[in-house]
Design a protein around this ligand. Structure first.
Ligand SMILES: *Cc1c(COP(=O)(O)O)cnc(C)c1O
Length: 344
């Protein structure tokens, strides 16, 4: 079976071996305050930061999901007011969850076919963006965040791009994601990356009211422990996959080239269209393709017969689009197979 679903998505085939290794090494039965666990957590964070080119003074924490990270931002990093800038379903969901936490929230919705203008004005102390909007296959350009004129913390959801493209870490303060998309791992863990400025703001706020208050998480991670019994298997698998993959610069080149090639292919060699007509805002890791209800249903049937899973369209586009994950775990032969299917 070949899957192009944008999350949960194709797991690196090597994970089969790593699962067996995890059993053999006995790490899964270790207490999460034991020395072997702490060494493993330390190595995992180290290799993750190295491969993703994350600045030394940024801190990495593991949570249970990207959704949990949204909540942690609202609880522990927002002083009074968060601004939510979005053009699609995930950004909007973040705004909705944040609005239930009792602090002021405001939203700024932009057109998904348009480039987001960096002249944003708000008195909010945390500004929230979704860099790669998985629902409509758009992205905000890497250079955007550095152009924002504000002292607010910049918080960025990179759930479907972290591990696939290189991110400009220094231009953001809080980066959040989960492992089941571009990182090619089984679902069940979230990742949060914080700048020194974000940590300073968390200390000023001093929130320690929740099991997942950032300061409490941090107290534990500084000792290479965790605030609750974590997904030890997921931490182990992330470590092994990070040891295996090349540096993000190399992956970034490969993913961007494959995105370009695939976008060209859809336009030049099929009768299908791209959902995103403005090529400046097209995502490089999630691609949405449009057709008539008839075309899409025939294609999905053909895909099924060929053991290929296409990602369903999101929400209102369910019957007229499908999505293709351009994630690093997916191999060249799989894209060849997909192209053969789509050009028939
Ligand atoms: C998938 C996704 C999420 C949710 O991730 P979970 O791990 O299920 O919490 C959040 N944001 C974006 C952009 C996503 O693609």
């Amino acid at each position: 079976m070949t899957t192009f679903y944008p999350g949960p998505s194709k797991v690196y085939p090597q994970v089969a071996t790593y699962l067996q290794d995890a059993m053999n090494e006995g790490i899964l039965s270790q207490n999460h305050r034991s020395i072997p666990f702490m060494q493993m957590l330390k190595e995992c964070i180290l290799v993750f930061k190295q491969k993703q080119n994350i600045p030394d003074d940024y801190e990495v924490y593991f949570t249970s999901s990207a959704t949990e990270c949204w909540e942690i931002v609202g609880q522990s990093l927002v002083k009074n007011h968060s601004l939510h800038v979005f053009n699609g379903a995930f950004g909007e969901k973040w705004f909705e969850y944040a609005s239930r936490l009792g602090k002021t929230t405001s939203s700024y919705k932009f057109d998904f076919q348009e480039i987001l203008d960096e002249n944003i004005f708000s008195s909010a102390d945390v500004w929230c963006f979704t860099q790669n909007e998985t629902s409509n296959a758009t992205q905000i350009n890497n250079s955007f965040f550095g152009k924002l004129k504000t002292e607010a913390l910049i918080s960025i959801d990179v759930t479907s791009s972290l591990g696939g493209i290189e991110l400009d870490w220094k231009s953001g303060d809080i980066w959040l994601a989960s492992v089941q998309k571009c990182l090619g791992l089984p679902a069940g863990m979230g990742i949060m990356i914080c700048s020194p400025k974000a940590i300073k703001q968390a200390e000023e706020i001093g929130d320690r009211n929740y099991y997942n208050s950032l300061l409490f998480i941090r107290d534990n991670f500084i000792k290479f422990q965790t605030h609750y019994t974590p997904n030890i298997l997921s931490i182990y698998l992330l470590m092994r996959v990070m040891q295996q993959v090349p540096d993000i610069q190399a992956i970034d080149l490969h993913i961007k080239e494959r995105a370009k090639d695939f976008y060209n292919f859809i336009s030049a060699e099929t009768n299908l269209e791209l959902l995103i007509t403005n090529n400046e805002v097209r995502s490089e890791t999630v691609i949405a393709i449009k057709g008539t209800v008839e075309e899409i249903s025939v294609l999905k049937q053909k895909a099924k017969e060929n053991n290929i899973i296409l990602g369903n369209g999101y929400g209102a586009w369910k019957d007229t689009t499908f999505r293709i994950a351009n994630f690093p775990a997916i191999e060249a032969w799989e894209f060849d197979k997909l192209k053969t299917l789509l050009s028939q």
